[in-house]
Ligand binder design. Sequence first.
Ligand code: GRF
Length: 191
Amino acid sequence: MKIAVLISGNGSNLQALLDSELRPHIVLVVSNREEAYGLKRAAEAGCPTQLHLRGDFETREAFDRQLAFLLREQQIDLIVLAGWMHILGEQYLSEAPGRTINLHPALPGRYPGLHAIQRAWEDKVEVAGCMVHEVILEVDAGQVLGVREVLLSDHRTLESLEAAVHRAEHELLVDVVSELVGGGLEQNELT
Ligand code: GRF
């Protein structure tokens, strides 16, 4: 099972994957930002990296198509979006190999888009959390593969809540990807 992880920034979730038993499966890290700290993490773990910059392409479609092409070329089975800050369009979804999953710091159906944890905090919801889901055209939606809840009552500051949600994300992502790898991706879409 070959896994590619797509990142744009810090890469703490990538680090959680690299530190887990999944390491041998992670054959590629793609970043759409040159300054992404996750690139350093990948290099330190001896994992091949590739920059895929929007500025190198005239259109979003061309960017998406080439991304799908490079993943297909490397025979990737599972693509993990871990802090990947680019909305993938139809071109990508129809041409990418295997399955693409995304990690989002909110519960299913809540707070799609940016600043999800802060929005949950400001709304004073009882329960925040994170989820991993299949990627579809709709942002931060799609079949849910795993969820972790975090109680707001356990936190007195937004910073504390954020740290807890991130810890939950690290665990959840490793668990969900391990399940998919263990099941050989099971149901569908092995190409
Ligand atoms: C995570 O909260 C993830 O859910 C969101 O972006 C953040 C990425 O963090 N999509 P990191 O780059 O993995 O540290």
